[in-house]
Write a protein that binds this ligand. Structure first.
Ligand SMILES: *[C@@H]1O[C@H](CO)[C@@H](O)[C@H](O)[C@H]1NC(C)=O
Ligand SMILES: *[C@@H]1O[C@H](CO)[C@@H](O)[C@H](O)[C@H]1NC(C)=O
Length: 499
């Protein structure tokens, strides 16, 4: 170091002086000099120490900011924005005298995307759309009608430049025979244009199923943008749902500022359907097996749970989610909102997450019983609250893929690529098993592996993925990334492209 070298040099010259003159005055001067010199060295030295101490402190806050951003910040998406305006060639709908009636099927999000598709189908087929009926027979057995769940008038007026929508079929048409159709899944423009031949014989087409009837890709941009206008603008939840949803978001934010919405798909139906019994007791596994055997429309009856899990086809367990969040670096104080129905096994399984993240929050903890009373009998309305809370969260993490996970992820991409962390279940399970076998410990190594693994799984802007390689024929369509999971590029544009 420069200081120490110069100090020894000075000391050397002083020592030689001392040898020549030894008068009391010079000794005093010399002692004073030594004293002054030591003082200077001391101050310089301590300043250095202080600097050394301050530097890591500064670095820490800097590093803290980076770490904080890594945990909570949205992925880089500068210059991207929603684009849903029709092209100049787009025409007003005519007053068509053909009608489409729809029975939507599935849970909330399957119905929402299905209804948005039916808006597009009505447009392609030049038909007037009658407000769809909702599914009352699905697993969730919800008796809600369209206007319970959605703002019906808003739906009609928002889309008036696209499709004529009416609340009920005109009386005189209720008795005429309808063409009853199961449209082929993932059909394109040609298919629906071809279906207009039905108008020769029928005034009304009844669509028996609305989910996944329209292709993800290769549709005109005006049709794709219409799907986005329908889903993100027209299909607004009813005012009572919107209001409570907003309130709950505010309450969550006032608790901790930021929160993770965890779509913990650890519900009975999902575990039974997927045959995933890892971490369950024998009694629980048996109960789920019996449930699966009794469900007529669930085709897979015998499932090897171990193989399911190793293939990445099982929802993460509450314990696995806990290890995952911790490895990503979320501190134990993190607010984790559980966006889900009833967790299987209740507090038994939840405690395995809560032991790591004590601030696990259920909707019952942020809403008063009176507020939830209107919702409890209606699974779709409760799911709508979870949807709102999930879209508005700082970070959304689905423990399993599915309609809700896909819809929320797509909506968050659309609104500005809000952070959605999609666990790589197949890869994670391998490490979870290593921990279980004692071959790996939780800690910094696991953490760096998990962080690296999920660097590119946080919802950053990218084009929608096509089908899996090697897939041929219609099976290919099944493996495409869903339009509503990532409406890029049609409904998300970069500043460079025209909107
Ligand atoms: C729908 O109507 C428009 C305008 O009348 C017409 O150009 C178009 O060919 C019709 N589409 C179909 C599929 O019949
Ligand atoms: C399930 O699969 C695993 C791994 O392939 C295998 O070791 C196990 O024996 C299978 N269990 C049953 C009940 O078939």
């Amino acid at each position: 170091m420069v200081n120490s070298r110069s100090s020894s040099h000075l000391r050397g010259s002083a020592t030689s002086k001392f040898c020549i003159k030894t008068s009391p005055v010079s000794i005093t001067v010399y002692i004073l000099f030594i004293f002054a010199f030591s003082f200077i060295i001391f101050t310089l030295y301590t300043r250095e120490i202080l600097n050394e101490e301050q530097k890591p402190f500064l670095l820490e806050s800097e590093a803290g900011k980076i770490a904080d951003d890594r945990l909570w910040g949205a992925p880089f998406s500068h210059g991207f924005h929603p684009c849903v305006e029709p092209t100049p060639a787009y025409k007003e709908p005519q007053g068509w005298d053909h009608y489409i009636t729809v029975r939507s099927n599935g849970g909330l999000n399957q119905m929402r995307t299905g209804i948005s598709d039916m808006v597009a189908v009505a447009r392609i087929m030049n038909a007037t759309l009658v407000i769809p009926q909702l599914d009352k027979r699905s697993f969730w057995r919800d008796s809600s009608v369209f206007s319970d769940l959605f703002d019906e008038n808003h739906f009609i007026t928002t889309l008036q430049g696209d499709v004529k929508i009416i609340k009920e079929l005109p009386k005189e048409l209720e008795i005429v025979p309808r063409a009853r159709k199961h449209f082929t899944s993932w059909s394109g423009l040609n298919y629906y244009e071809d279906m207009t031949r039905l108008w020769k014989d029928y005034k009304v087409i009844h669509v028996a199923k609305s989910d996944a009837r329209l292709a993800n890709n290769n549709l005109p941009v005006d049709i794709q943008r219409l799907r986005c206008r329908a889903l993100y603008y027209a299909l607004r939840f009813s005012p009572s749902i919107e209001n409570l949803g907003k309130k709950l978001v505010e309450r969550l934010k006032s608790r901790g500022g930021r929160y993770i919405a965890l779509h913990l798909r650890y519900e009975k139906d999902m575990l039974s359907f997927t045959g995933c019994t890892y971490g369950l007791t024998d009694g629980e596994a048996e109960e789920l097996q019996i449930m699966r055997e009794n469900m007529n429309h669930w085709k897979m009856k015998k499932i090897n749970s171990t193989e399911q899990r190793l293939g990445g086809f099982c929802p993460l367990t509450p314990k696995e989610v806990g290890i995952f969040l911790q490895a990503l670096g979320y501190p134990p104080s993190t607010l984790v909102y559980i966006a889900a129905g009833e967790i299987y096994g209740g507090s038994n399984h939840i405690s395995e997450l809560r032991s790591r993240f004590p601030n696990v929050i259920f909707k019952e903890m942020v809403a008063a019983p009176e507020e939830l009373k209107l919702f409890t009998e209606h699974a779709s309305q409760t799911a709508a609250l979870d949807y709102i809370i999930s879209v508005e969260s700082d970070v959304f993490i689905p423990s399993y893929s599915g309609n809700m996970a896909r819809s929320v992820e797509g909506h968050r991409r659309f609104l500005g690529h809000r952070k959605t962390i999609t666990p790589d279940r197949k890869a994670l399970v391998e490490f979870f098993d290593k921990i279980e076998r004692g071959e790996l410990e939780e800690g910094s190594l696991l953490s760096s592996i998990v962080k690296k693994m999920h660097k590119n799984r946080q919802g950053a802007p990218r084009k929608r993925e096509g089908s899996l390689p090697g897939m041929k024929g219609r099976g290919r369509l099944r493996t495409e990334e869903s339009f509503y999971e990532n409406p890029f590029p049609e409904c998300i544009c970069s500043s460079k492209t025209h909107s």
